[in-house]
Design a protein around this ligand. Structure first.
Ligand code: SF4
Length: 124
């Protein structure tokens, strides 16, 4: 594989629709040797770095008004107090709602006339 611009994280696209353009490699296929020398961050540090990149400085990250951005709650580089509890409660209520929907659907199916009954009723 050729390495465009000497950057092992890039490749010439194997997809005909890209017309030979340079694209980022799939990170799931990159071996450890190719990661070396790159200052990659993970988790909260990566989020904080992205926010500093987006908003230019720490004061502006603090004041960010884009509350619909998926990174917004974690933009200070820490998990806010009460965040995990609220998230767990939201997930619990989603699961409960999903189970109630499934139970209601199963109840409706159980009480619905069978296909044979439907055919018999339609032929009356
Ligand atoms: S929360 Fe989103 S919009 Fe706000 S600074 Fe971070 S990346 Fe940018």
């Amino acid at each position: 594989m050729s390495i465009p611009f000497g950057n092992p994280l890039l490749q010439v696209s194997p997809f005909a629709s890209d017309g030979g353009a340079v694209i980022g490699r799939d990170p799931r296929d990159i071996q450890s040797d190719d990661w070396r020398g790159n200052p990659f961050l993970i988790g909260l540090k990566a989020i904080r770095a992205k926010c500093l990149d987006c908003a230019f400085d720490a004061k502006e990250v603090r004041k960010c008004v884009q509350t619909d951005c998926p990174l917004w709650p974690l933009r200070m580089g820490t998990v806010p107090k009460g965040f995990n509890q609220a998230r767990q409660e939201a997930e619990f209520s989603e699961v409960t709602e999903e189970r109630l929907t499934i139970a209601a659907r199963m109840g409706a199916e159980k009480n619905a006339p069978s296909t044979d009954q439907n055919v018999a009723e339609m032929s009356k």
